[in-house]
Design a protein around this ligand. Structure first.
Ligand code: ZN
Ligand code: ZN
Length: 891
């Protein structure tokens, strides 16, 4: 049995490093993170977006973990069976690139190691990352159920991948086809459209003459990639373009390789681009590929997988693509075929992982037909079975889904789910299977070979909400926890991941995978710039929590957060988080010190409570009710602000100060301790989802000093979340206390404005037609907290001694009048003003004389004269104001 950690005397200051690990271990050992399946109750479920096994967590992961933990802890405290399921993603190409770089440091390549040994290395690396990531999540306080942790390559999810593949294949939605795909020559793999970054490049448009096969005529085409000339199989013109009418059907001689190709017509040709005649390179351009399909043109691939030229490139074989471009341009120029070169800015695809320029290449790949999968996923949003927060992303989602293209799912990598397809060498047929095939399903031959490629890493991610719960098996977890409640993730992976999860969830289970999509923004630096290693503005979450404390980091990340909005993480926010933890620490120490000598009865005597107690209880309960509806509305930033402002601005700054006055006269007034303890204990629970560590530490310190009936619950994280009590709402008490606070504040402000020495008492007269009788009992409080004496409450202005020289402050429900002489020494002030007036008058006279001086006016530059005039104007104005002030001080 785990014992509650020993709570020694409460130290003077909060040291997060000393308590965080202790509490995480306690929660973990107690099994609080594991939900109890209760068929009577609706569970709350979040499947964590699995971080990639590419290294460590970054600050964006810390934001994800914070928001998900807030939701998880809140629901758990509300009594919902709550599951937050953690995991990691094998990350395909991204992880393979990292390990290849590590191998390069040992002067090794994956090919030297061979597939099996390379995959072993990948597993070692993945395991190391998984442990690091789990440890970091624990330091962030993530209350996820580690007993259900999943890895995309685990046995269960792997079987889910093969099952989903087989089902789609049998439905005819997975097909193998030759298409133009995005090829990264460095990674040597196909990429999906989403994995390509398009950048505007200042390139050139080359105009090249193709000689006609017969006669002396030419046709001129324009291209940005002259090396692809080697792969041309036609020249095309628009059927309505009169300029080329005579040439259609003729043949041209392809420069450099001397291949004869036809001139064809096709509607797709834009007559306004270049010369109106375009080269057709079907193996290296997706538009040309379609033209070739329509026109029955052959495909000529001119590139090797590493982007060097292959044997189809004739004399250029073996050259790198860019070297080939140079060589071919110089040959064209020599032959007089290069007509002109224009600067031309165009969009060029780059590999998202390594930034190498992408080559569009016709290649045989596996694809999923997306439109039939997209249809139900569009309906699920339209009929509100799934809500996207913020709403504006719904349109973005629908627009993408309505124009969805087939998804290229094969990758020429080693790390990932190997495609479950076997090719038969005897009959040539394919076998698709969930278990590794031993023989051909068509002819029974054992001479079969598995497809060497792996699936796009997002294929397994698309199944994540159901594969982690046991699908394709009908497990207890699947039937109880699926569909999940919330998918919380960054808006940047709406298409990569969220859309595909909706499609595959519906396809595999006929149910939506989650009811709410909550999209958070990016974490940026204080200037709003994206964090990047190159800029050196990256905040490492672990360094940050070591410096400020985990709760401070969590508070900084959730401060002001609104769905879909980026966050500027300035150091001031982290400091604010740390200061808040310290403020709570000090407040709790005060409460504990106050209870200790008395060990008093903790019962709240509702019928006897003074106004300030009724006020704080009312404010507490109104905060609870507002926070609850904000949380239900996913407004975590605003909910946090309200808890913070209540605790700091009302409880600590005012209520505790008010109780100090009462505690000084025990016996004479009702003890504030029961209310003090009640409000603090409830507020700690209200705050717990945001700041789990400091609230647990304080709650435990508090609890052990309270009577035994408070000790039934072992930990704040399994205590009930506060619920608002209507009986505590007292608008009249709020109105009175707000007035008292406003009066004290106004007197303090006046003191500050007139720089009244702190030991000096000022006089105050307070009028309030409505609230006087309620405020009068607080005159002692006003005296103490505003350092005002005497404080009087004349029933009308006429009754008060005349105050000609007084500061009058009109407040919401009252008026405060402070005689000037009670704040400042009038005689001294008059003398000071008089002195200043004389000084300014002298300066004014000097300036006036100067501006009348002809010599100055003719010799000095205009700018200097203007400056003197402005100075005179400003001084005259100040003089006038000082004279007015002096009149006010003539008592
Ligand atoms: Zn690449
Ligand atoms: Zn066969």
């Amino acid at each position: 049995m785990t014992q509650t950690p020993n709570m020694e005397e409460m130290p003077k200051a909060y040291e997060p490093g000393k308590v965080e690990a202790k509490w995480y271990k306690f929660w973990l050992e107690k099994g609080y993170f594991k939900p109890k399946i209760d068929p009577e109750k609706k569970p709350f479920v979040i499947i964590m977006p699995p971080p990639n096994v590419t290294g460590e967590l970054h600050i964006g992961h810390a934001l994800t973990a914070t928001l998900e933990d807030i939701m998880t802890r809140w629901h758990r405290m509300k009594g919902d069976p709550t599951l937050w399921l953690p995991g990691v993603d094998h990350a395909g190409i991204a992880a393979q690139v990292v390990v290849e770089q590590l191998l390069a440091e040992e002067s090794l390549t994956r090919h030297q190691l061979g597939r099996n040994r390379f995959i072993e290395r990948m597993w070692q690396w993945a395991e190391k990352c998984r442990q690091t990531i789990a440890g970091q999540h624990q330091r962030l306080g993530a209350s996820c159920d580690w007993s259900r942790e999943c890895f995309t390559l685990d046995e269960g999810p792997s079987r889910a991948v093969r099952t989903a593949f087989l089902r789609l294949y049998e439905k005819g939605l997975i097909y193998q086809g030759e298409r133009i795909i995005n090829w990264c020559p460095r990674c040597a793999t196909a990429l999906s459209d989403l994995e390509v970054d398009h950048k505007e490049i200042a390139g050139h448009l080359y105009y090249v003459r193709y000689p006609l096969a017969e006669g002396n005529q030419f046709i001129t085409v324009a291209t940005t990639r002259p090396e692809t000339i080697l792969g041309d199989t036609a020249v095309a013109v628009n059927p309505n373009d009169e300029r080329f009418k005579a040439m259609v059907g003729k043949k041209v001689l392809l420069p450099a390789v001397n291949r004869v190709i036809p001139i064809v017509v096709d509607e797709a040709v834009d007559p306004d681009f270049g010369t109106g005649a375009v080269k057709i390179t079907p193996a290296h351009d997706s538009v040309d590929f379609e033209v070739a399909q329509r026109q029955g043109l052959p495909l000529v691939n001119i590139l090797n997988p590493d982007a060097t030229m292959n044997e189809n490139a004739g004399p250029y074989v073996g050259l790198d693509r860019f070297a080939c471009r140079k060589a071919i341009l110089s040959d064209l120029e020599k032959d007089g075929l290069l007509v002109k070169v224009e600067p031309y800015s165009h969009s060029v695809g780059h590999c998202q992982r390594c930034q190498t320029t992408i080559e569009p290449i016709a290649s045989k790949q596996w694809f999923i037909t997306m439109p039939p999968l997209a249809k139900p996923a569009i309906d699920a949003i339209l009929d509100r079975r799934i809500t996207i927060i913020p709403e504006r992303f719904t349109k973005v989602y629908l627009n993408w889904m309505e124009n969805i293209r087939d998804w290229c799912i094969s990758r020429q990598l080693w790390w990932g789910h190997r495609i479950p397809v076997w090719y038969c060498q005897e009959c040539g047929e394919l076998t698709v299977a969930i278990e590794d095939a031993k023989s051909c399903s068509h002819c029974g031959s054992a001479k079969i070979e598995q497809d060497p490629d792996v699936l796009d890493t997002w294929f397994s991610s698309a199944l994540w909400t159901h594969s982690t719960l046991g699908w394709p098996d009908d497990t207890e977890d699947l039937s109880y926890f699926y569909p999940t409640a919330v998918m919380e993730t960054g808006y940047d992976i709406l298409f990569f991941w969220v859309a595909r999860m909706i499609m595959m969830g519906l396809e595999d289970t006929s149910a939506v995978p989650f009811h709410t999509v909550y999209l958070h923004g990016l974490v940026r630096d204080e200037k709003g710039e994206k964090m990047s290693k190159i800029k050196g503005n990256v905040l490492n979450p672990i360094d940050t929590l070591e410096r400020y404390g985990t709760d401070a980091l969590r508070l900084a990340l959730s401060m002001g957060t609104a769905p879909g909005n980026d966050i500027k993480l300035a150091p001031s926010r982290l400091e604010a988080g740390r200061n808040f933890a310290n403020k709570l620490w000090n407040a709790t120490r005060f409460v504990i010190r106050s209870i200790e000598p008395a060990r008093s009865d903790m019962e709240i005597r509702w019928d006897l409570l003074p106004i300030e107690d009724r006020w704080i209880l009312s404010r507490l309960n109104r905060t609870i009710s507002s926070v609850t509806s904000l949380m239900e509305d996913f407004q975590f930033g605003e909910a946090q602000r309200q808890i913070h402002d209540f605790l700091w601005g009302e409880f600590c700054d005012w209520y505790i100060e008010l109780t100090k006055i009462r505690l000084r006269s025990p016996g004479e007034v009702l003890s504030p301790i029961p209310v003090l303890v009640y409000v603090l204990e409830t507020s700690l629970r209200l705050l717990h989802p945001y700041m789990p560590f400091v609230t647990e530490e304080l709650w435990q310190h508090l609890k052990r000093r309270l009577p035994s009936e408070w000790s039934a619950t072992e930990s704040i994280m399994v205590a009930a979340y506060p619920e608002a009590e209507d009986k505590a709402i007292d608008l009249q008490a709020e109105r009175v206390m707000e007035s008292v606070i406003e009066i004290i504040r106004s007197i303090r402000n006046a003191r500050a404005q007139y720089q009244v020495e702190s030991r000096r008492w000022v006089e105050a007269q307070i009028y309030s037609s409505q609230l006087s009788s309620a405020i009068i009992p607080y005159s002692q409080t006003i005296q103490t907290l505003a350092r005002a004496r005497p404080v009087t409450f004349p029933s009308s202005r006429e009754e008060a001694p005349p105050q000609e020289n007084a500061l009058v402050m009109v407040l919401k429900e009252s008026e405060v009048i402070i005689p000037m002489e009670s704040m400042i020494d009038l005689e001294a002030e008059r003398k000071r003003i008089q002195g200043e007036i004389e000084q300014i008058q002298a300066e004014v006279a000097r300036l006036e004389a100067r501006l009348k001086d002809r010599a100055f006016l003719t010799k000095a530059p205009t700018a200097v004269i203007d400056k003197e005039r402005q100075k005179l104007y400003a001084l005259t104005d100040k003089l006038e104001r000082l004279k007015q002030q002096l009149i006010r001080f003539q008592a």
